[in-house]
Design a protein around this ligand. Structure first.
Ligand SMILES: [Fe+2]
Ligand SMILES: [Fe+2]
Length: 473
């Protein structure tokens, strides 16, 4: 096999050049990764120059290098956030003890599983979005899509690094499996259900990056508080990149909303659909759908697994070390609302068992902040419409509310009422078909599809009309 200069080929801060075992493992994995990328990664503009950011070091400024690159030549690197001197375990039974630099035998399997489940989401979303650029509303948006895609690819590298470096032979086998599963495949689907649905329109893409990537942010945040230091450092660096994905989703939805508000004013009967836009009611339905879909990913409200992960220090709460004073979470309770005999009743559960719910609440309040910003934009555009974040009980498929019906305000309702109103709360087949019908590519620099407003600013100081994708190759 040809010699690979790792610092050149795979920018890294894990001293790859001097780790023979790891080098060998990655040498075998890399060609398979590239085959995967070419086969099920972005299928449009796959060989074109794209204006992308590449991380080449973790120092401020070093991790955000911008320039044209063809995606298969992207330099997927391996970066861990800098080691914190004397870092101690933030949470659980071992809180205050030195963090682990190696995987303790007793937690090996569960830690591997946690890493694999997180890792599996990264390539899954790339697969889900592989045809999306065929209908990009602009080159600016196509570029943002590709930026998210290459960074999800890098997140896969980050997780595969952990599997290769710390889990020996079965870690390598898991790394191979990560390239063998496929989003939506009948025989070998991705692990989590939300990552098996195809993403075929840009309203869905922006909802996905706003709400589902944000779930990723909170999962990574919990793992950044892990006692296993290499995992913590990996996740801390991934979080810096994730921020851009959330920006893409949040600002993308805001632009669709602004455009809806503008078209509302211009349309003869006040309906943006008359002028080929997406109406705010339909956007609200997509928000309802994707918010609720994403909160299912946090797991059950009351969970012994969650309690075990916290107790053993594998995961912490969001900003555990910074925002919490009491890190054992013992002898404390949390009120969880159950449905009993047709009524919602609060019951106390041990705090550790409610860790999924606590993380979900942090996530939901982050989403609430986003919705407030959208409403400011709608106000600026002169619209009376206000987006509303639904209750976390509404439209659940997992957890203790899954067998009951709630309206978006969080009130328990009958099955009949649910049936009669669901089409006003969630996208209908005809809503989806309408949104699909608008998906036509706009590849002229500085031009945007009619249903989405131009962004205020371009990327990295470039003008909005910059050629973010060179369409001539
Ligand atoms: Fe990611
Ligand atoms: Fe992401």
């Amino acid at each position: 096999m040809a010699h690979i200069d790792y610092d050149e080929r795979i920018p890294n801060n894990v001293d790859l050049a001097h780790d023979r075992r790891l080098k060998k493992a990655l040498e075998k994995w890399q060609p398979a990764y590239l085959d995967w990328w070419k086969g099920v990664g972005p299928q449009v503009f796959k060989g074109n120059d794209i204006y992308l950011r590449t991380a080449i070091s973790t120092e401020a400024g070093g991790w955000a290098n911008f320039g044209y690159v063809k995606m298969p030549d992207y330099r997927w690197g391996i970066f861990l956030a800098d080691r914190e001197e004397d870092r101690t375990i933030p949470a659980g039974d071992h809180a205050g003890q030195p963090v682990w630099q190696e995987v303790p035998g007793e937690y090996r399997n569960v830690l591997k599983r946690i890493i694999v489940v997180q890792a599996d989401t990264e390539p899954a979303s790339v697969e889900q979005q592989r045809w999306l650029a065929a209908t990009a509303p602009s080159l600016y948006d196509a570029r943002n899509l590709f930026q998210v895609n290459v960074e999800e690819g890098r997140h896969l590298w980050a997780m595969v690094y952990l599997l290769h470096a710390y889990f020996g032979r079965d870690g390598r086998a898991e790394a191979d499996e990560l390239l063998a599963r496929r989003a939506g495949d009948d025989d070998k689907p991705r692990i989590l259900d939300a990552f098996n649905q195809p993403c075929q329109d840009w309203l869905t893409f922006h909802c996905f990056t706003c709400f589902t990537d944000r779930d990723g942010k909170y999962q990574l945040g919990a793992l950044a508080e892990s006692a296993f230091d290499p995992l913590s450092r990996t996740c801390r660096f991934m979080l810096t990149e994730e921020a851009h994905h959330l920006f893409v989703g949040e600002s993308g939805l805001e632009r669709i909303m602004r455009r809806a508000a503008q078209l509302e004013r211009e349309a003869p009967n006040g309906d943006p659909r008359e002028l080929g836009g997406i109406d705010l009611q339909t956007i609200q339905k997509y928000v309802n759908y994707w918010f609720t879909y994403s909160i299912d990913l946090f797991g059950s409200e009351v969970s012994t697994n969650a309690a075990d992960y916290f107790a053993s220090g594998l995961k912490g709460r969001w900003r555990e070390a910074k925002d919490h004073d009491e890190h054992s979470a013992l002898h404390q309770q949390k009120t969880i609302e159950y449905v009993e005999d047709g009524r919602v009743v609060g019951r106390e559960v041990p705090l550790r068992n409610a860790m999924n719910e606590i993380l979900r609440e942090d996530y939901a309040s982050d989403c609430d902040r986003v919705v407030k910003r959208w409403n400011k934009a709608l106000e600026e555009e002169g619209s009376d419409f206000r987006m509303v974040l639904p209750s976390t009980k509404f439209h659940r498929r997992q957890g203790i509310y899954a067998d009951h019906h709630f309206n978006p305000a969080g009130e328990l309702i009958s099955a009949d009422e649910w049936e009669s109103k669901r089409d006003s709360w969630l996208p209908t087949e005809s809503d989806r078909q309408y949104v699909h019908s608008l998906m036509k590519p706009v590849y002229e620099p500085g031009k945007f599809a009619n249903y989405i407003a131009a962004p205020r600013r371009g990327i990295h100081g470039q003008p909005v009309e910059f050629e973010y994708v060179r369409t001539d190759g």
